[in-house]
Design a protein around this ligand. Structure first.
Ligand code: IMP
Ligand code: MG
Length: 178
């Protein structure tokens, strides 16, 4: 059995997400009908918690896509696949993309570029639970970052290893995964 060493507790995560929500609320204050797009599956839990800390003048519209760049391994495949990429017409709207983690940056860069080309958004921002800047292959700078971490493979709070451990309420480093 692999060992999972806790990096951020449930309480630390809750408190950080409250701060992120307040910051996003301030930035979206005067925006008309903002759209929040969660990238499944990893952003599932982060998205659910974050949107409950966002207060805006207009109600939020919530959408999901499913993108994937990892197989079941701990190394990025280098390709982004789009198992589900159906979105309503959100042309010229204010968009916030919610991602679990930016690693190589390929997934986030692909999707931000896609949204820009398809919908010419009034504004487009990226909120990520985790950033691993040391692993970056393509250039992408998230607008909101929950925690910046070293080059570790992490699980929990939505993040998986081979589709396991997403349900853990804390974030942990997966040790002995080889
Ligand atoms: P990127 O395209 O290389 O930035 O990879 C982004 C995707 O890889 C994320 O949405 C995650 O699903 C996955 N990923 C990257 N690092 C980790 C990790 O440490 N644990 C679990 N999944 C990860
Ligand atoms: Mg994943």
């Amino acid at each position: 059995m692999p060992t999972i060493n806790e990096l951020y507790s449930k309480e630390q995560i809750e408190s950080r997400i409250g701060e992120m929500g307040a910051q996003i609320s301030a930035d979206l204050k005067d925006c008309e009908r903002p759209v929040v797009i969660g990238v499944l599956k990893g952003a599932l839990i982060f998205m659910a918690d974050l949107v409950r800390h966002i207060q805006t003048r207009d109600p939020l519209q919530i959408e999901f896509v499913r993108l994937s760049s990892y197989g079941s391994a701990t190394e990025s495949s280098g390709n982004v696949s789009t198992p589900y990429l159906e979105l309503p017409n959100i042309a010229r709207r204010h968009i916030i993309v919610v991602e679990d983690i930016v690693d190589s940056g390929r997934t986030a860069r692909f999707f931000m570029q896609y949204l820009r080309e398809q919908f010419n958004p009034a504004s487009l921002r990226l909120a990520v639970f985790l950033d691993k800047p040391s692993r970056r292959v393509v250039s992408i700078e998230p607008d909101y970052i929950g925690f910046t971490i070293d080059d570790l493979f992490v699980v929990g709070y939505g993040l998986d290893f081979a589709e396991q451990y997403r349900e853990l309420p804390f974030l942990g480093e997966l040790a002995n995964s080889d």
